[in-house]
Ligand binder design. Structure first.
Ligand code: SAM
Length: 249
């Protein structure tokens, strides 16, 4: 087993502090380490992630997940007040599991269409003793049409699941009015913002802001798109499974 905490995580404390104005406590450091080790173990049977180098894992999975809800944006305080959060297409648990680790009072739902990944995440939740967390096996297009989930979340997170308009169609129906969707992207252009505008409007949202930043170790460019839901999403969205990707808005 790779030795992750010593000395890697203590070395990163300064970077957490400088970049996010926050750093993990000792319990959170242990939970990050456990998550890393469980993913390495799970990778033997499942294709969970190609990112297995400890520093790369720290930067591309842990840091990147938390940058999207960075404390200077005041998200973590609101998360600690018990917000309902959904991570759509969570895969090996990103960004949802790190978010749950840093915001223990939020209620997080991890959604993925692949049952094996959700089975793996149930083990992660148990071993890390993460309460206030549930999993759903299902497609975002179907879950977004079910009344027990539709319009019930304060925050929807979605990373590496598809084109931005597809992510918007998955996320906005699940949000309460006033809720926020965070779409994690790599590169992003102004032309893409213009093209996304119409889709977001149709779904009852607005593009509130777009943040560009670089990752702290490899200085790779990232963007996060913040979409605010300001009106009810019309009942026809999300469209049936597969349609958002075949015919993006
Ligand atoms: N969000 C994770 C991350 O950034 O590491 C995983 C990204 S992985 C490339 C995409 C994940 O989205 C896969 O686990 C896949 O099963 C899931 N997925 C794709 N389409 C989906 C849909 N329509 N509904 C739910 N999950 C979906």
């Amino acid at each position: 087993m790779t030795n992750f905490t010593t000395p890697l995580l203590p070395e990163m404390a300064e970077i957490w502090q400088q970049t996010l104005n926050w750093k993990p406590n000792s319990q959170q450091q242990v939970q990050f380490q456990q998550l890393y080790e469980l993913i390495l173990e799970g990778n033997r049977q499942l294709n969970l992630t190609r990112i297995t180098d400890p520093q790369e894992f720290w930067e591309k999975h842990l840091w990147d997940s938390l940058r999207g809800i960075a404390p200077q944006r005041q998200f973590i305080p609101s998360l600690q007040e018990g917000a309902s959060v959904i991570d759509i297409g969570t895969g090996a648990g990103f960004p949802g599991v790190p978010v749950r680790i840093v915001a223990p009072n939020c209620k997080i739902t991890l959604l993925d269409s692949t049952k094996k990944k959700i089975t793996f995440l149930e083990k992660v939740l148990t071993e890390l003793a993460l309460t206030n967390a549930k999993t759903i096996v299902g497609r975002a297009e179907e879950i977004g049409q079910q009344s027990q989930y539709r319009q019930t979340y304060d925050l929807a997170l979605i990373r590496a699941v598809g084109a931005a308009s597809v992510c918007a169609e998955y996320a906005l129906p699940l949000l309460k009015q006033g809720g926020l969707a965070v779409i994690y992207r790599g590169n992003w252009t102004e032309e893409e913002t213009t093209a996304l505008q119409n889709a977001v409007t149709q779904l009852g949202g607005v593009i509130e802001s777009i943040e560009r930043f670089s990752t702290p170790l490899s200085t790779s460019i990232r963007h996060c798109l913040y979409l605010r839901k300001i009106a009810n999403t019309p009942a026809k969205f999300p469209r049936p499974a597969g349609i958002p990707t075949q015919k993006p808005l």
